[in-house]
Design a protein around this ligand. Structure first.
Ligand SMILES: NC(=O)c1ccc[n+]([C@@H]2O[C@H](COP(=O)([O-])OP(=O)(O)OC[C@H]3O[C@@H](n4cnc5c(N)ncnc54)[C@H](O)[C@@H]3O)[C@@H](O)[C@H]2O)c1
Length: 458
């Protein structure tokens, strides 16, 4: 099988980060430590996971980074924007995700990364006030042009041959759907007329995508998930993905809910509560930003359980999600889930989950994988929504006429099969019917689509 034609991964890859707070600084610190051979990139599929190729008896399971032509973490360079003028070192110390002694070996390289002046609109983020003078632009169009100038200057200075942009900024409130979202032409008119429905994250996204730079959104705000920017991503040849990094409680939800459904257990209620005390928690203390997050967190159960297909099991469950800002915890989030399920003859049972996680520790490897996979997609000539990257998101962006896939295991399978196809390997279906010792009266093998199954079993 022939793989996709791909440009080589040589040269520096610039990772552009609007928002250089806890997640971004933890990610950059981790990569800079890796460059010095310190620490393991735990949580990163691109660096630590193997991928089975071919049939089980072939025993080919190389690391993904050894069989997929990804950029090397050593080649990553970083730039970004923030509402605070702190260097990445100062931001990392403030976020206190990693202890100062862990950061010390890379303090100089982190201190050299200073955020550029941000695009700012108070109506989208009420709980933070910028301490870094925002861009002075006549309108949003000019702001996007200034972001593009920043990107070009960053490329000159850092020597980055290619770039990807990943929004690690705070959660913006949801804008009311407006005409500027509907098409690219309307969006560009809206940039020039300062349309209120265009948020700062959309301005960054427009700037990057129109330069052909891949864009991912790690927060739940709409950002590139509007028809106008999807259209632009196809036109400009930029892969895009989003929204909202899947860490913490939603990671648990999208592993437990598939089990409940696979075993055809019923669900009568799911109560989720989190406490967290980082700046993200402070932002989510605002009703507008919380609403954006709540929408993203709520959608996963409906997506997995499909109450239309199973009204008796999932037609009437009560789902409640709460996030409480609790400063003493900092980034060390704690989540509780109480799940009321039903079994044989409707008998009630309960599942309790208490997850003591570290938000940014779970998010940092996602940023690394997204940077490398989006760059891969770009070099393979792919553009538009990259649904195969749903694995990393709470609210996966997909075509508007489709339902997003939330089940972590299906998402994982999708991701690896997409990688297999890109490098010219057969996707796996795990059915196992092509093994000679499975008796099928000769029927199943004959029905196998030639493009999918190996021509020469065993
Ligand atoms: N930490 C996680 O595990 C996790 C999981 C899922 C989603 N997220 C999302 O990722 C984002 C980052 O999380 P975090 O914990 O790093 O938050 P954070 O508050 O530490 O960092 C966000 C940074 O974005 C900056 N910012 C806001 N608006 C900006 C703009 N217009 N231009 C430039 N910078 C801007 C803020 O100044 C802040 O420093 C949040 O939206 C969060 O909801 C985080």
């Amino acid at each position: 099988m022939k793989g996709m034609n791909m440009a080589p991964a040589g040269g520096r890859l610039g990772v552009l980060l609007p928002g250089m707070g806890a997640v971004a600084s933890t990610f950059i610190a981790g990569v800079e430590l890796m460059k010095k051979g310190i620490g393991d990139p735990i949580g990163s599929l691109s660096q630590m996971q193997t991928m089975r190729l071919g049939r089980r008896n072939e025993k080919r399971s190389p690391l993904i980074r050894d069989c997929v032509p990804l950029a090397r973490p050593d080649d990553l360079v970083f730039g970004g924007w923030d509402l605070y003028p702190d260097s990445v070192y100062a931001a990392a110390l403030k976020a206190a995700v990693l202890p100062p002694e862990t950061l010390r070996p890379v303090s100089a390289s982190l201190d050299a990364i200073r955020p550029m002046a941000p695009v700012w609109d108070r109506s989208y983020l009420r709980n933070l006030a910028p301490r870094h003078a925002p861009k002075k632009a006549k309108n949003k169009w000019e702001a996007a042009c200034l972001v593009q100038e920043d990107i070009r200057a960053f490329q000159r200075k850092s020597g980055a041959k290619r770039c990807v942009m990943i929004w690690c900024g705070s959660t913006e409130r949801l804008p009311a759907p407006g005409s500027a979202h509907r098409s690219l032409r309307a969006f560009e008119r809206g940039l020039k007329s300062d349309a209120p429905e265009i948020s700062p994250s959309m301005v960054y996204a427009y700037a990057a995508i129109s330069m052909g730079i891949p864009y991912a959104n790690g927060a739940p705000n709409v950002s590139a998930d509007i028809p106008a920017l999807v259209e632009l991503s196809r036109e400009a040849g930029a892969p895009i993905a989003g929204k909202d990094f899947k860490t913490g409680q939603t990671l648990m939800k999208t592993t437990v809910a598939p089990m409940i459904k696979a075993r055809m257990l019923g669900l009568s209620g799911w109560y989720s509560i989190n406490i967290l005390g980082n700046r993200d928690g402070e932002v989510l203390d605002d009703a507008g930003s919380f609403k954006t997050k709540e929408k993203s967190k709520m959608s996963v159960l409906d997506g997995i359980l499909d109450s239309k297909l199973y009204p008796r099991l999932y037609g009437r469950y009560h789902h409640k999600v709460r996030i409480d800002y609790y400063p003493p915890r900092g980034d060390a989030k704690e989540g509780w889930d109480n799940i009321d399920i039903t079994g044989w003859l409707g008998m009630p049972m309960q599942i309790k989950i208490n997850f003591l996680c570290r938000d940014s520790i779970l998010a940092a490897p996602i940023v690394l994988d997204l940077a490398l996979f989006l760059d891969l997609a770009k070099r393979a000539g792919m553009s538009g929504i990259q649904e195969w990257l749903s694995f990393y998101f709470k609210s996966p962006q997909c075509r508007q006429d489709l339902n997003p896939e939330h089940d972590l295991f299906i998402q994982h399978w999708k991701l690896k099969n997409a990688l297999r196809l890109m490098i010219g390997e057969l996707p796996l279906d795990h059915a196992g019917l092509d093994y000679d010792d499975v008796k099928t009266n000769g029927r199943a093998p004959a029905r196998r689509p030639a493009s999918f199954w190996p021509r020469n079993p065993r």
